[in-house]
Design a protein around this ligand. Sequence first.
Ligand SMILES: C[S@@+](CC[C@H](N)C(=O)[O-])C[C@H]1O[C@@H](n2cnc3c(N)ncnc32)[C@H](O)[C@@H]1O
Length: 361
Amino acid sequence: MRREPANELLLSFGCESQSGAQRFKERNCENIMAANHSFTGSDDTADEAVRSTCDDATVCKRFAVSMNYWKDPYIQYFIKQPNERKAPEINRGYYARVKAVNILMDAFIKKTSCNCQVINLGAGLDTTFWRLKDQNLLPKKYFEIDFPMIVLRKIHLIKTKPPLSKPIIETHSSSSLLIDGCSMDSDRYTIIGQDLRDLPVLMERLKKFGLNTKLPTLLLAECVLVYITPEKSAELIKWASSTFNTTMFINYEQVNMTDRFGQVMIENLQRRQCNLAGVDICQTLETQKDRFLLNGWDHANTMDMMTVYNSLPQADIQRIEHLEFLDEKELLQQLLQHYCICWATKDSGDFGIRDIMFGNI
Ligand SMILES: C[S@@+](CC[C@H](N)C(=O)[O-])C[C@H]1O[C@@H](n2cnc3c(N)ncnc32)[C@H](O)[C@@H]1O
């Protein structure tokens, strides 16, 4: 029997609630918001609700890390331990999301022997740069893009927490980091405060901070494109395929959104003024894949997260399944069937990135 999704679970799982915006204000960040207002030019309620999803994702990841689903010694510096527990379904969902993205990303970096770039679109408070540094998998340059307000907050945390700043300084040739308005640039890590919907300015700023169009380049969008209209995400995807010769795009987001379960997810979010502007692409695995194939990519693969979960290394799956008792197996299955990972490739340099696949890595 199909079940109606529980509101709280849906909100915690993918994304988003207004409580994120509330928490942001409570942290006395109004000054940053004010400073930023003129910069973004799009500081409306809808964008604020989208920005708040950054905290929601980090809170859920933080809780799962505290439960030992995976290790991340850096996330504690970005968000305090959440007060409430997250349901086992949520923790397992985040585990699958993080593992899947890491597996594909690491495979790309290894295929190119780290002689590559990574561009994390809508990176939020993501900690991947620090993980890659610890695992000797750092690309030539790691770029992050998010709204200026999020980036200002992240730069502040990096500057004030030595465990975050030290790895950046260690990989930088000069003793000072370039901090320019809503951006910070170093030899290996750059963070840019920029609306992804303004592609000409984004391109200009990436160029300014040393984007090398000749290097194999991995783009990552983890729960981001769903907040951008299909036209704008197509522009971004087309720009990437026409700019880089060897490239992979990893996109994680909702799928199967036309069924009852998906509709309830959309309604819950709309009630919180969080509009999924890109949801039309989230109808099926095919619509997800076609977005890439119609915009210049040679190959594209998609899997729903239930299939991914079953393809992840089973010894570790057994370990995490022993961490907490899961009562609602059916709910986990439904949640995982409403998210997918899509990875598209273009490999003019013949690095073998087309072969990247779960189960054979
Ligand atoms: C659900 S969060 C995911 C954050 C991160 N990718 C992760 O998985 O932990 C979505 C992120 O996308 C960012 N975002 C959404 N639309 C954006 C836009 N038009 N320009 C820049 N960032 C955007 C939000 O600010 C937020 O940080």
